[in-house]
Design a protein around this ligand. Structure first.
Ligand code: BES
Ligand code: MN
Ligand code: ZN
Length: 507
């Protein structure tokens, strides 16, 4: 989709105009018609309350707009970026229903200090772009030509505003870049597991590297063996398609010695291995084996976030490290009860082959610490069912050894509405993954606190490096859409990491 800024939104014809209004603004127009500034158009909004979630379609009798869709923002004092995203999502959904390919979007006219003009433009762009997404690649029957909204123009109804047009154009341009990368991550997650496999990731990474001047290093199976990535190799043993470790580097601030690393779980399909995932009454629908093509969502979001930073030309140094393979069943499968080695030379008892994410991540984290020496690591992983039980599909879990950076990831979560919540990494969780035979065990002995025993396992591979773990198991793949976040792959983590990277304060 293309997003354009047009300071006077009513200066041209439009088949569909989204007008967001607060409750107060809607109330003021209950009795008298709503006059679209700068034109002769008057619309009657009698029953439109302006409450969040309310919407009314009207057809002005004259003027440049065929249709005006009023969307509610609620009380002025409560308007925040998420309200704006959701209002514009409602707008774009209606435009889709009416098969509009070009739409106009009036920006909210707010006096409130709670949200700046730039932030409300960004949120409006996100609502429209992300709300317009659909994964239709495999739709054949009934496929019509309409492919959604292709162009969206943003501007103000009031033509007399003093604006820094250039700054607003920049906001919209950057919003488009980030949203395109969110949708790229969604596409990868929604793709069949046999298509979006480790070789697909390699090809995508190399393609993006070429396009955006990133450095790309890929370790193949032979190299992984030679270098001792035993945990990745164990998980990948049964798969037909060999594992890869992909490293993408972006240098946006050559003068700085600081660099952040994004490490993403890339299990292209998680069958559970020999501890096969079986349907259980406790598994909520959509979180069983049938959803496990989404177990590479962390990897997809790390690659797409890094690519977004490059396209934004952000002044930051970042590297994405992506272990990718499949956890499947074969005569060659790694087995429960095995003791295996790891890149970090710690031995690990396999308590359960379905706890594979921490294994591939443990090797990737140890490599990142030893060879890339980042100032900070953020990992994204669909790591535990336990995290889904705690937070549902609405919030990601966070665990960290560094409160300074954990706080900043939390704040990015608040700004982007990709919310994260921290749980404590107390010593007891590390004690719970001790093994009688090996240095570590890949599951807790107590079988309790699954998100935190998994976090403690990852923590054993980062040493003293600052590290923030984000368990996106709930929000990565939805059964029920949430406004501008569709069913299926969500691309969660892309906006979070980009926001974090561009705001990052270093220690
Ligand atoms: N990929 C799953 C976690 C998951 C569950 C993601 C539901 C998305 C939705 C992970 O590999 C897994 O199977 N974790 C197990 C670990 C257990 C066997 C120790 C879990 O959390 O149940
Ligand atoms: Mn698993
Ligand atoms: Zn998994």
């Amino acid at each position: 989709m293309n997003l354009y800024f047009d300071s006077h939104i009513l200066s041209k014809e439009s088949g569909f105009l989204i007008v967001p209004l607060t409750q107060e603004q809607a109330g003021a127009h209950k009795e008298k018609p709503f006059h679209l500034e700068g034109s002769s158009i008057q619309v009657e909004l009698h029953d439109f309350s302006g409450e969040a979630g309310a919407a009314t379609l009207v057809y002005p009798l004259e003027g440049p707009c065929t249709r005006v869709f009023a969307v509610g923002l609620g009380a002025e004092k409560d308007v925040d970026a998420e309200r704006v995203r959701r209002a514009f999502d409602a707008g774009v959904k209606k435009a889709r229903e009416l098969k509009q390919s070009t739409i106009s979007c009036a920006l909210p006219d707010l006096n409130s200090k709670a949200i700046s003009m730039e932030d409300s433009l960004k949120a409006a762009g996100e609502g429209v772009y992300l709300g317009n997404y659909l994964f239709t690649k495999y739709k054949r029957a009934g496929k019509d030509r309409y492919v959604g909204v292709g162009q969206a123009y943003f501007g103000f109804l009031d033509a007399n505003r003093k604006l820094s047009v250039h700054a607003l154009e920049t906001v919209l341009h950057e919003t488009g870049i980030v949203c395109e990368n969110v949708c790229r991550a969604r596409d990868w997650v929604n793709e069949n597991a046999d298509v979006a496999n480790s070789l697909f990731f390699e090809k995508q990474a190399r393609g993006l590297a070429q396009k955006n001047k990133l450095r790309c290093t890929v370790f193949n199976e032979k190299q992984l063996k030679r270098m001792g990535f035993h945990m990745i190799l164990a998980v990948a043993k049964a798969a037909q398609v060999p594992p890869r470790l992909i490293i993408l580097e972006y240098k946006g601030n050559p003068k700085s010695s600081k660099r952040m690393a994004f490490v993403g779980k890339g299990i292209t399909f998680d069958s559970g291995g020999l501890n096969l995932k079986v349907a259980s009454p406790a598994t909520p629908p959509g979180f069983g084996i049938e959803a496990m093509k989404s177990d590479m969502a962390g990897a997809a979001s790390c690659v797409c976030a890094l690519n977004a930073l490059a396209e934004l030309k952000a002044k930051v140094n970042a590297v994405a490290v992506i272990p990718v393979c499949e956890n499947i069943i074969d005569a060659k499968s790694y087995k429960p009860g095995d003791v295996i080695d790891s890149f970090a030379r710690k031995t690990v008892e396999i308590g359960n082959t379905d706890a594979e994410g921490r294994l591939v991540l443990g090797d990737a984290l140890a490599y990142t610490v030893a060879h890339l020496k980042p100032s900070l690591i953020v990992d994204l992983a669909t790591l535990t069912g336990s995290c889904v039980n705690t937070f549902g599909p609405w919030v990601s879990g966070l665990a960290s050894n560094d409160s300074f950076y954990a706080r900043q990831v939390f704040e990015s979560g608040q700004r982007t509405f990709e919310r994260v919540w921290e749980l404590p990494l107390y010593q007891e969780y590390a004690d719970d993954i001790k093994s009688d035979y090996a240095d570590l065990k890949n599951m807790g002995n107590s079988k309790m606190a699954g998100m935190l025993t998994a976090s403690a396992f990852l923590g054993a591979f980062v040493g003293d490096t600052s590290w923030v773990h984000v368990d996106i198991a709930g929000p990565a793949f939805l059964q029920t859409p949430q406004a501008y976040i569709p069913k299926g792959g969500t691309g969660v983590g892309v906006r979070l990491l980009v926001d974090f990277a561009v705001h990052a304060a270093w220690k």
